[in-house]
Design a protein around this ligand. Structure first.
Ligand code: OSB
Ligand code: MG
Length: 376
């Protein structure tokens, strides 16, 4: 039994080493919502909410997530003991519509806590089978094609197994074709549009077919599953959905409608580990490869992502870059690293998420805090 008796919400601010630009906006420092959950036995679990400051990727923001957690989600978690971590998701779904990122933060923290209480690594508790996971890098939109070629070349030399280039209308074919020319036909390239196009852009998107990309991620709006299916009929490059898949049912719809051929699974976007596992299993059955995306997480969110990415159908490299790619210093010990073959090691030698939170540093970075206990 899990009896959560206290949860501390914290906002920390962490500057990115380099600003990150996607089609809908730029982020230069992250406002990160962390959860520290305490069981009656004294055991503690940590998690991170992936919601960003601006509602340009998803409708949720760090501020909506804070409100939903405090007023609606955590009261449900505190209200009665839980038999197992996979009971959290259905309990939240019964009473709260939407807000998958806020729900995921609570849910994933309880999995982490449960793994620590049972003395098993989180990856094992989730059913992970891989002890190393190949890593990809996500490169923001650069000021010129030349600048993009330089960062992409450096990424390939560092050993990254997948190089994702962010694109937007007008900053697409010219940029990506220059990278393809410079890095050669073997370089594992893909693009991510973050919903910047419409079906009318199909002719421009079809031009990308000649660049032999592993996939194009989320070209159209998050709600356009049908239009993604129409687009997939007109382009050869596999479509991968990210923003569109915010719960298990949308993954089912995608498979049924053939809205794409690959899924980017971010547990923090789909409502937590239980729905992420269900999406993983569904895609495995449907022979749809999945990979683990990222949301510029701190080392806590990354720990949760790495644990999930150790499952067998995570066949493609995940956006699981090492700590040093994002931060001058991460908030966990040890920091996340990548080996020469472009892989991250799954921590299987420690219970829970496998890294220790640098609580002193978290304390120093905290700009806002709220303690939620039984009765509010
Ligand atoms: O679309 O995958 C995305 C970052 C913020 C918001 C959306 C996305 C991203 C990334 C970064 O691509 C991946 C990473 O964490 O390295
Ligand atoms: Mg994406």
């Amino acid at each position: 039994m899990i009896h959560i008796d206290e949860v501390t919400l914290r906002e920390i601010r962490l500057p990115l080493r380099t600003p990150f630009r996607i089609s809908s906006g730029t982020v230069s420092h992250r406002r990160i919502l962390l959860l520290q959950l305490r069981d009656r036995s004294g055991a503690v679990g940590w998690s991170e909410c992936v919601a960003a400051e601006h509602p340009n990727y998803s409708p949720e923001t760090i501020d909506t997530a804070w409100l939903m957690l405090r007023d609606w989600i955590l009261p449900l978690v505190l209200e009665a003991p839980l038999e197992a971590p996979n009971h959290v998701h259905p309990r939240l779904e019964r009473k709260v519509r939407g807000h998958p990122m806020a729900k995921a933060a609570a849910e994933m923290g309880i999995w982490e806590l449960a793994a620590r209480m049972e003395g098993v690594p989180l990856a094992r508790m989730l059913g992970g089978t891989q002890d190393r996971v190949p890593v990809g890098i996500s490169l923001g939109i650069q000021d010129s094609p030349e600048a993009l070629v330089e960062v992409a070349r450096a990424a390939l030399e560092e050993g990254y197994r997948k190089i994702k280039l962010k694109i937007a209308p007008g900053e697409d074919f010219d940029y990506v074709s220059r990278v393809r020319e410079a890095l050669g036909s073997e370089a594992p390239l893909m693009v991510d549009a973050n919903s910047a196009y419409s079906l009318g852009d199909a002719p421009e998107l079809a031009r990308l077919d000649e660049l032999d990309l592993m996939m194009i991620e989320q070209p159209l709006d998050r709600t356009d599953l049908l239009q993604h299916a129409r687009l997939q009929e007109r382009i050869r490059t596999p479509i991968c959905l990210d923003e569109s898949i915010d719960c298990l049912d949308r993954a089912r719809d995608m498979l049924e409608l053939k809205s794409g051929r690959i899924v980017n699974v971010k547990p923090g976007r789909v409502g937590g580990f239980a729905p992420a596992l269900a999406i993983h299993h569904l895609c495995q059955k449907g022979e749809i490869p999945v990979w683990c995306g990222g949301m510029l997480e701190s080392g806590i969110g990354r720990a949760h992502n790495v644990a999930l990415a150790s499952l067998p159908n995570f066949q493609l490299p995940g956006d699981l870059s090492p700590s040093a790619r994002y931060w001058s210093r991460d908030i966990v010990d040890p920091e996340w690293t990548m080996d020469e073959e472009g892989r991250v090691q799954v921590p299987l030698d420690r219970p829970g998420m496998g890294v220790t939170v640098d609580e002193e540093r978290v304390e120093a970075l905290t700009v806002r805090r709220e303690r939620i206990g039984p009765g509010g």
